[in-house]
Write a protein that binds this ligand. Structure first.
Ligand SMILES: Cc1cc2nc3c(=O)[nH]c(=O)nc-3n(C[C@H](O)[C@H](O)[C@H](O)COP(=O)(O)OP(=O)(O)OC[C@H]3O[C@@H](n4cnc5c(N)ncnc54)[C@H](O)[C@@H]3O)c2cc1C
Length: 505
């Protein structure tokens, strides 16, 4: 905690937004439109600024049945009869604002197209069919460019290269500003007369936080490396309570030593089929190539039509006698047909997408050359390269192929249309780790997006939004994080702008 009574202020505004991703941008625009003077701090330089929002798929949920979707979300948040991941009032407000998402974007001039089908990530949960999706034109890069346009049209000042480090409080314990390091390395104090809104994303790239809070380790994310948990630490510094710290929207990622970020395996066009509950995109082809996912012992352990935002929870199995995670890493085993079908990662968005960091070769040849993808003429030789018992992997592939011939997966009930023979040499493997787009944990919020202290009271002058302490607990609905950038950004922007100015001492 930093209590300052004779601070020299280097800059200031009514509302200071820390972090210029989707949530920060929506909050800045809303606070401005509610009548406040707003300043945005962003730690990355303008010319190389990449956020999770700008790397995303640009799809967000925007249902229309407020009551129905509230009930659905309650079911997802119920851990036991009495225990919920998220309080009821926050869920109610989430439902109300989430149902306005599409309308808000369109009112602001954004171009979105609705997804023709319905249904979210959880077919098993009543109310899943109420989830409706919108896609932003040009995915995440388009969404972020649109939001940045709204910020610049309003003349809202954005200070790039300014990394917020600590919150400044007055003698009443109210948050009145931020201490930050400027582009020249010098510290500066930024005054926030009404409120600070933290929008710094999650802790996907802080190894200690991931080790201490997530359910297994290592854990590799495929989004923006600038998300290093700064907002979590700043909020803890002023006594914030935390929630959802062991929750992540994550499945498998591919991670290689030379790169700080991971890659999402492609789940499009049948390259890895998922079982998200929503209806398939019209014209989406069914699987064209065979593959299995195996553990360190060469055994399949899950239905490979996995839930891309949740299968990470299946990887946390730990063998206490062997002191090891048998599924970390896992291996994606495939054949030449898959290799010829295009790049292994998702190249539409994320780290190998147009707004990402790495250009993956069309035929995967560069990555084979780099040693990222193992290759062998037989399944046995491939197993040897991976350190798996050859006979075991051979048996796994033979069983899988027999399921393909019978049209029925006796072990994991994989969808029949995804049962394609794995029989065309050479064979390939890539290592899969727990990982995905983002963490969900951070400071606990109340329905107004105010940060709650460990004493159960809101910390005056402090808000948190976006994936930094997301409203979602363990079970997430795909498209929910961008949706929450809009909803929580609007809520915090409105509230912060209406706060009374606080004394600087
Ligand atoms: C590849 C990928 C695809 C995805 N696709 C979807 C999708 O289609 N639909 C969906 O709903 N969700 C998706 N997500 C998740 C979603 O994009 C994010 O959860 C959401 O964009 C987070 O927004 P945010 O504003 O909270 O954080 P971010 O967009 O990550 O922005 C945080 C900003 O804060 C800045 N910052 C961090 N620390 C500081 C500091 N100390 N001082 C100043 N600035 C700081 C960062 O540099 C960054 O600019 C995807 C994520 C990824 C990675």
């Amino acid at each position: 905690m930093l209590i300052v009574d004779r601070t020299s202020w280097h800059a200031g505004a009514d509302v200071v937004v820390v972090g210029y991703g989707g949530a920060g941008a929506v909050a800045a625009v809303t606070a401005h439109d509610t009548g406040a003077e707003v300043l945005v701090l962003e730690k990355q330089p303008a010319e190389s600024h990449v956020s999770n929002t700008s790397m995303s798929g640009g799809n967000f949920i925007s249902p229309s049945d407020v009551k129905g979707v509230e009930e659905y979300q309650r079911t997802l948040c119920r851990a036991s009869k009495e225990m919920y991941w998220t309080d009821m009032e926050s869920i109610r407000v989430w439902a109300e604002y989430t149902c306005q998402n599409r309308q808000w974007v369109q009112q602001m001039g954004g171009k979105v197209r609705p997804w023709p089908g319905v249904g979210g990530s959880h077919r098993e949960v009543p109310g899943n069919e109420l989830i409706q999706y919108c896609y932003f034109e040009n995915d995440g890069p388009g969404f972020m460019a649109f939001l940045k346009g709204l910020v610049s049209q309003r003349g809202i000042q954005v200070l790039h290269g300014v990394q917020a480090n600590r919150l400044i409080r007055n003698q009443h314990g109210e948050v009145i500003g931020v201490a930050a390091r400027g582009p020249d390395g010098k510290y500066m104090n930024i005054r926030a007369a009404r409120a600070v809104i933290l929008a710094t994303g999650g802790f996907e790239f802080d190894e200690q936080m991931k080790l201490q809070f997530l359910r297994c380790y290592p854990f590799y994310f495929d989004g923006a490396p600038a998300n290093t948990g700064d907002g979590v630490r700043m909020a803890m510094g002023v006594g914030a309570d935390l929630w959802h710290m062991n929750c992540a929207s994550a499945g498998f990622t591919m991670k290689f030593q030379e790169m700080p970020f991971a890659f999402a395996p492609s789940v499009r066009r049948g390259r890895l089929e998922t079982s998200e509950g929503r209806d398939p995109e019209p014209g989406r082809s069914t699987a064209t190539c065979g593959y299995v996912i195996v553990d360190k012992g060469g055994r399949r352990f899950t239905n490979e039509n996995f839930k891309q935002h949740h299968v990470n929870y299946e990887l946390g199995l730990y063998e206490s006698r062997g002191l090891r995670y048998p599924r970390i890493p896992a291996y994606w085993i495939m054949d030449q047909r898959r290799m010829a079908d295009g790049p292994l990662p998702n190249t539409r968005h994320g780290s190998a997408g147009p707004g990402g960091f790495y250009r993956w070769s069309e035929d995967n040849s560069q990555e084979i050359e780099r040693g990222w993808i193992a290759r062998a003429e037989t399944v046995r030789d491939l197993a040897e390269r991976l350190g798996i018992e050859p006979a075991r992997l051979q048996r796994t592939v033979e069983s899988y192929n027999s399921y393909c011939r019978n049209g029925s997966d006796a072990e994991f009930r994989r969808r029949p249309e995804s049962l394609v023979l794995l029989d065309t040499p050479p064979y390939y493997a890539v290592t899969l780790w727990p990982g995905g787009p983002n963490t969900q944990g951070g400071p606990r919020r109340n329905p107004k997006s105010q940060v709650m202290g460990v004493d159960g009271e809101p910390i005056p002058g402090l808000y948190a939004i976006g994936e930094l302490g997301s409203v979602f607990g363990m079970l997430y609905t795909g498209g929910g994080n961008l949706a929450e950038c809009i909803s929580s950004g609007r809520i915090a922007g409105e509230q912060a702008a209406r706060e009374k100015p606080r004394p600087a001492t």
